[in-house]
Ligand binder design. Structure first.
Ligand SMILES: NC(=O)c1ccc[n+]([C@@H]2O[C@H](COP(=O)([O-])OP(=O)(O)OC[C@H]3O[C@@H](n4cnc5c(N)ncnc54)[C@H](O)[C@@H]3O)[C@@H](O)[C@H]2O)c1
Length: 254
């Protein structure tokens, strides 16, 4: 079958795959034929995602690991290779949102600033360190980092998260430059507000309606919207695309 953004024969590692956008990416990659390693700190949610993929006839390995702990990631990489095959795609989706709780920058506890930066940059940088070496060795790989329009436009209520996500975009470009000659592409997708358990818990119906009106396409995102762009960037359909950040945002930030 000639299928757009085909991922058959690919082993795709997705961080934060237990819920929200990461779950959507895992389901979309499995539908594209990939063998999926669903990595998350939460072992219950990744088990549920893998069960869902298996019922639909796909392949999925639940991998419990903390993306901020390099040793756990190195063990995870070995386990994925043994049980699923050599990984050739990585989606850095996990993040920790909402820590700043809408406080203004000058009111934030100083230690929180270091924490939010190291969480949201480390959570992307560490898995990349754990998997990129193998991609370079095999001269094959595609990495997609889930950034945020907060990192492009600046989000008033989350200044440090915005800075960390801008850092994710910087890492994307730098690694695209150094890894390109080894056959490895590195890109980012940049969502605006997308319906997930996190945003559902945050937004009242009133705020949600007001936000929808601010989007040229008149609605918030769904995990499937982001997943379709990720799948494109992982696949050979985007074989001459690297170092780019693709906003998937209903036209919110242009
Ligand atoms: N939802 C949105 O509106 C939105 C908008 C822009 C960007 N994003 C970005 O999209 C990505 C996914 O967002 P979401 O809303 O689906 O997130 P979420 O908070 O619903 O899910 C995050 C997942 O990451 C996992 N996780 C957290 N810390 C981890 C760690 N140290 N190691 C391994 N796993 C860990 C959690 O267990 C959870 O399953 C994030 O990078 C986020 O910044 C989301």
């Amino acid at each position: 079958v000639n299928q757009f953004a085909d991922l058959s024969d690919r082993v795709v590692v997705i961080t934060g795959a237990g819920q929200g956008i990461g779950r959507g990416i895992a389901l979309a990659c499995a539908r594209g034929g990939a063998r999926v390693a669903a990595l998350d700190v939460n072992s219950e949610t990744i088990q549920a995602v893998c069960d869902e993929i298996k019922v639909a006839g796909g392949q999925c390995l639940p991998v419990q690991a903390d993306c901020l702990d390099y040793r756990q990631l190195a063990n995870a990489a070995k386990r994925i290779e043994d049980e699923l095959g050599v990984p050739d795609c990585l989606v850095n989706n996990a993040a920790v949102q909402g820590i700043e709780q809408g406080k203004r920058y000058w009111e934030l506890p100083p230690e929180l600033i270091t924490k939010v930066v190291s969480f949201n940059l480390g959570i992307c940088a560490m898995p990349t360190r754990a998997f990129l070496e193998g991609f370079v060795r095999n001269s094959r790989g595609s990495i997609v980092n889930v950034a945020s329009d907060a990192g492009r436009a600046g989000e008033r209520s989350e200044p440090v998260y915005s800075a960390a996500k801008a850092g994710v975009i910087g890492l994307t470009k730098a690694l695209a430059k150094s890894a390109g000659k080894y056959g490895v592409r590195v890109n980012a997708v940049s969502p605006a507000t997308t319906a997930t358990p996190f945003t559902d818990s945050l937004l009242s119906d009133d705020i949600r309606e007001r936000m929808k009106r601010a989007y040229p396409l008149g609605r918030l995102g769904e995990p499937g919207d982001i997943a379709a762009a990720v799948r494109f960037l992982l696949s050979d359909e985007s074989s001459w695309v690297t170092g780019q950040t693709l906003s998937v945002n209903g036209g919110y930030y242009m």
